[in-house]
Design a protein around this ligand. Sequence first.
Ligand code: ADP
Ligand code: MG
Length: 711
Amino acid sequence: ENVTAAQWSPNGATLGTIDLTLPDNQVFGQDVFSPAEQRKRLPKSVYKQLQSTLENGEALDSSLADAVALAMKEWALEKGATHYAHWFQPLTGSTAEKHDSFYGPDGDGTAIAEFSGKELIQGEPDASSFPTGGLRATFEARGYTAWDPTSPAFILENPNGALLCIPTAFASWTGEALDTKIPLLRSMEALSTSAIRALRLLGDEQSQRIFTTVGPEQEYFLIDEQYYFERPDLITTGRTLFGAKPPKGHELDDHYFGSIPERVLAYMLEVELELAKLGVPIKTRHNEVAPAQYEVAPIFENSNVGSDHQQLTMQVLQTVARRYGLVCLLHEKPFAGVNGSGKHNNWSMGTDTGSNLLEPGATPHSNLSFLFFCTAVIQAVDKHQGLVRATAAGPGQDHRLGANEAPPAIISIFLGRELETVYTAIEKGEAGEAVPGSFLGLGTDVLPPLPLHGGDRNRTSPFAFTGNKFEFRAIGSTQSVALPNTVLNTIVAEAIDDLSAQLEEALKGGASLEEALRPVLQKSYAAHKRVVFDGDGYSEEWHNEAAERGLLNLRTTPDALPYFVAEDTVKVFEQYRVLSERELESRFDVFTEQYAVKINIEAETAASIARTLLLPAALRHLALLKSAGVESLTSETQTLVDEFVTVIKALENVNLKENQEDEPPAVWANFLRDSVIPAMDAVREVADKLEKVVADDLWPLPKYSEILFIK
Ligand code: ADP
Ligand code: MG
């Protein structure tokens, strides 16, 4: 039996009919408490109740929980699980799990496995150690986790046992979201409501729910673990803080889509097998542009499950690497001067009747619907460009966005020539003047064929229409996709409602749908077309033109993060009940603090490596030159060493504790960006020069030429 992406939507709706061509379908989902497994194990009435609860998006009847818990426990024990964990996603961006044993003493000296509905539904981890932003200051530190029945439970195996993981939401006792899942679920609900209202106006009486979908492409580096352990910077910060450009980079373009080295391929197959067991539908693997860089991509799923699966993908990529003597680096910029890693977030909206709202249709009517939803996305992204940019912000990202290889920090949308022509005609009011055989008769004729993968012709766009979905390409390789998708869902819901209200008004006078819709689309596109751009996003001219168009160019994380608490953000998030102002503020606080803490760790690591590893090596080399009496080289090295001492001292100086204490995180973050990062860069500049002159056997760090090319 083939498994389709559809089966992983909460209600089993058909979101597409792509069959999974996985290595072994027998294995697929074997470690998942899937709907199929539930059907086998639950009393029929319980199974039916559970499914209908999920379909209608209703709250769960607690009487069901005991029955589900019992079946889940039996299944998990058969799989060898000894413990269970509420698996959740705090604001750190990674996942958290607290393990509890199934077994308790039975009073007769033996143990008995127990797991009740109560334990399934709710857990109480100590929230005080997770970042909560402002939410911790005034509220109790306690938090609770709550079962998310719309994302299936799964088993994580390890050589000595297995763990039942129950996807859960994580909230404070006062009900504030402390995680990334709650807002994502709320945003999916908001978008569904708005899109259904619009679909009714557009003549769709059938669809009952809309699911946003995500298919995230993940880039990563793989290096031999020997080099990893020899680099304290990689261990502590996830990236190399030093390293001269190797003689060979990716100039030869011989790695991209090249044949995959055997050890790496073996690794990939095992990753895919592990992920298949977990029900993650991996589809694509290939080499990426940089040496030692690769990519993996799944078939899309509904946003909630897809986002959970993305977290699992990152986890499995890292775990399996160690079995092959490799280390998987997810950092956005592990190596300076070499392409960084991103995550392409493919996003769309699907109905429970199986259609994709961003699929241009074969009929004039479906094209009206397509144009409606596509226009909503353009309007939303333009209106909230600062917020969209902020969802891709982070310390690792500051090395990528705007650099010559990743999408620029300016948010713009690539539509492709065909679609842009359609919009230009709509804007000019030409559409509708039925010109036979052309797209201009919007309601009577069809759109020109829009090539699938159209967006691939413009890799420089941060937000591209790619045939039947939008691809948000600015996200970083370490980042959770939950928040960017929460933002997309919420702002698009708002735009859909805005367009719907206008359409409702226009329909009142008895106009046909086509007549009523045309001016609505026209007005929206005219107001928001400044965000549409299909040129080279990397070019200098675009930076100038974008400024003229009034588009934001938020170059660094501290520039972007304030958009989480901007007026427009608070308004839309409160209106759709996705995040309250306090919840938004807490996110701003947490992200700002994480930026500051991470940069500070980098700066202290850089200072320590420079002084205790690199400087001694340089001094030994200098002594060598002096004793050999090579005058010219001695003075050259002496100059570098003197410079090195100066810049190290300067870095140590800005790193002093008194520069941090008592400052609000935002002030500290700006100080780090403006004073500490330049001081780190200065140290690196001299260190990288020294790397090129110091005797190879004295240089204490493995070099890029080894790390990147020895596979
Ligand atoms: P490309 O290689 O041009 O980026 P692909 O068709 O290979 O495009 O798709 C890339 C990713 O987009 C895959 O992960 C895929 O699952 C995802 N994707 C395809 N359709 C959708 C959709 N409707 N919603 C969300 N993601 C999608
Ligand atoms: Mg892509």
